[in-house]
Design a protein around this ligand. Structure first.
Ligand SMILES: *Cc1c(COP(=O)(O)O)cnc(C)c1O
Ligand SMILES: [Zn+2]
Length: 446
C-alpha cells in the first residue's frame, strides 16, 4: 500500500510541498508548515490492523521498525527510504508508576513518562531521528546540503550533534553562552560538531540561525521544521500502548518553544481519526513563570499573544520568550480543552526536591510540570481519581549543578525544603556509629 505525506500551511493555504523540499514557511502567508498525511489512505487499514502492526514491531530488532518512532513509519514520515534512516532505537521509554509521589500529592493514578531515558537524555531524539533521516535522504538524492544547524537551549543541539555524528553529516549548533548546563555543552563538543557559543539568549540564537539557514545550503533543524513534530507525536501512541489502549485524563507537558505540546495534540488527533482511541485527554502546558508568554495569553482566553523577554530560570530548556510554534500550540490546546499553568523558581525546585525523595531523578522542566500538577490538584481541577501523565522531558543527570545547588540551598529565589549534605567524618568506627545513630533519630519525615 502507498502512503503519502506532504508539507502544508497550518493556515490551510492550498500549496503542497514534498517532504524532500527545503522549505519551512508558507510562501503565501509566511506561517509555519506542518506535515499532512493522506488520512483516507491511512484509514484503509483498520484500527486493529494498525495496532497489530505497531505491536509486532515494538522493540524488535528488524531495522528500522524496532524504534518506537519508525515502528509507526507510515504515519510519521513515509517519504524516507529505510537505508537512509538515522536511528538510535528511539522511544520505548519507561512509564514510571509514581505511587508514592501520587499519594503525597493526593492522586491515585499518577505516572511519569520518562522521556529523558533516551540516547541523548531528552525527548528531542524522537524528532531529530526524522529530521536527520530526511537530510540523509535529500543528500542521497543529490540535494546540496552542506550542514544542518540549530539554535538550542541545550537538548536540541545534543540530539542534532549525536544524530549527525551517527550519519557523518556536518552540523552547527548555536548556543546561548552560559545558559546551558555543562553536560549539555559537552555533548556537541564530544561529537565533534561546530559549537557556537553566542553572547545572547535563545531567542537571539534562533534569529541568527534562521538568517544563516536562509542561505539554503544549511538546513534548519529547529522545531519550526515540522519533520521533528512528526517524530515527537509518537510519544502519544507509545503512551496509549503502554496503558493497554486507555487514554489518560490529563497530560502535563513543560513548554518553551511549544513544539512538543503541539506534537501531543497532533498525535492524539491522528489516533482519534484512525479509530485507535475513542476519547481525548486534556492537555496541560506548564511554563516557568519567568518565561510565560503562553500562560499570559491563556489568561486572556488566547485572544492575544505577546512575546516576552524570557528571564533567567533554572528550567533553562524552556527559557524562551518568543516561541516559534505558538499558533500550533494554541490550536492544540483549544482542541484538547487545554490548560496553561506556571511555576515559580521556588515551586519548580521544591517540586523536584519532593519527587526525587520518592526515587525519581527529575530535571527542572519536569519540576515545572510537577509544580503545575500540584497547583491544579490544589485548585480542584484535577481530581484524586484522574489518571495523570507527567511528561519528564530530560534526564535529571543533565542538571546535576541545579541539584547540587538545590540541596545546598544556594538557588536564587528558592528556599530549599530538602537540604542534604554529605556528612564528612574521620574513619573512626565509634564516631561513625554515633553519627549514624544521631542522624537516623533526627531524620526529617517526607
Ligand atoms: C526542548 C525541551 C522542552 C520544551 O519543548 P518545546 O517543544 O520547546 O516546548 C522542555 N524540556 C526539555 C528538557 C527540553 O529539552
Ligand atoms: Zn499559508
Amino acid at each position: 500500500m502507498e502512503f503519502e505525506a506532504w508539507f502544508q500551511c497550518v493556515n490551510g493555504c492550498a500549496g503542497r510541498y514534498p517532504l524532500n523540499q527545503i522549505i519551512y514557511r508558507c510562501p503565501d502567508c509566511d506561517n509555519l508548515l506542518e506535515v499532512t498525511h493522506d488520512m483516507d489512505k491511512l484509514k484503509k487499514c483498520s484500527a486493529r490492523e494498525w495496532n497489530n502492526l505497531f505491536d509486532e514491531r515494538y522493540r524488535k530488532n528488524e531495522w528500522p521498525y524496532g524504534s518506537s518512532v519508525w515502528g509507526k513509519k507510515e504515519l510519521v514520515c513515509p517519504a524516507v527510504d529505510n537505508e537512509n534512516i538515522v536511528s538510535t532505537y528511539e522511544g520505548g521509554t519507561n512509564l514510571f508508576w509514581a505511587e508514592r509521589l501520587g499519594n503525597q500529592i493526593g492522586l491515585n493514578d499518577l505516572w511519569i513518562k520518562q522521556c529523558g531515558m533516551a540516547h541523548t537524555g531528552s525527548f528531542k531524539d524522537l524528532g531529530m531521528t526524522v529530521l536527520v533521516s530526511m537530510v540523509k535522504q535529500m543528500r542521497s538524492e543529490g540535494k546540496n546540503i552542506r550542514a544542518v544547524a540549530c539554535a538550542s537551549t541545550g537538548d536540541t543541539s545534543a540530539a542534532l550533534a549525536a544524530y549527525c555524528a551517527v550519519a557523518d553529516i556536518p552540523a552547527i549548533v548555536f548556543l546561548p553562552k552560559n545558559k546551558v548546563s555543562l553536560t549539555q555543552l559537552i555533548q556537541p563538543i564530544t561529537h565533534g560538531v561546530l559549537t557556537l557559543s553566542l553572547d545572547t539568549d535563545f531567542d537571539g540564537c534562533m534569529k541568527a540561525v534562521q538568517e544563516i539557514c536562509s542561505e539554503n545550503e544549511i538546513y534548519l533543524a529547529n522545531s519550526m521544521n515540522s519533520l521533528r513534530i512528526e517524530g515527537q507525536k509518537t510519544i502519544s501512541f507509545e503512551l496509549v500502548h503502554q496503558l493497554d489502549g486507555e487514554v489518560p485524563d490529563y497530560i502535563i507537558v513543560p513548554g518553551g518553544n511549544l513544539g512538543n505540546v503541539s506534537a501531543f495534540g497532533k498525535g492524539f488527533k491522528m489516533m482519534y481519526e484512525l479509530g485507535l482511541i475513542k476519547s481525548l485527554p486534556r492537555l496541560v502546558c506548564a511554563q516557568a513563570e519567568r518565561a510565560n508568554p503562553l500562560y499570559l495569553s491563556y489568561q486572556n482566553g488566547f485572544k492575544e499573544f505577546h512575546s516576552v523577554t524570557a528571564k533567567t530560570t533554572q528550567a533553562s530548556a524552556i527559557q524562551i520568550g518568543d516561541p516559534v510554534s505558538v499558533n500550533k500550540a494554541i490550536r492544540a490546546l483549544k482542541e484538547f480543552d487545554g490548560i496553561v499553568e506556571q511555576a515559580t523558581e521556588d515551586e519548580l525546585a521544591n517540586a523536584v526536591g519532593r519527587a526525587n525523595r520518592t526515587g525519581l531523578l527529575c530535571c527542572p522542566h519536569t519540576g515545572v510540570a510537577l509544580a503545575a500538577l500540584e497547583k491544579l490538584v490544589g485548585k480542584g481541577v484535577i481530581k484524586p481519581k484522574d489518571r495523570v501523565i507527567v511528561i519528564s522531558t530530560a534526564n535529571g543527570l543533565k542538571f546535576t549543578d541545579f541539584l547540587l545547588k538545590y540541596h545546598a540551598d544556594e538557588l536564587e529565589d528558592v528556599k530549599s525544603q530538602n537540604v542534604f549534605h554529605p556528612v564528612e567524618l574521620p574513619a573512626d568506627i565509634n564516631i561513625i556509629r554515633k553519627t549514624i545513630h544521631e542522624k537516623l533519630s533526627e531524620q526529617i519525615p517526607s
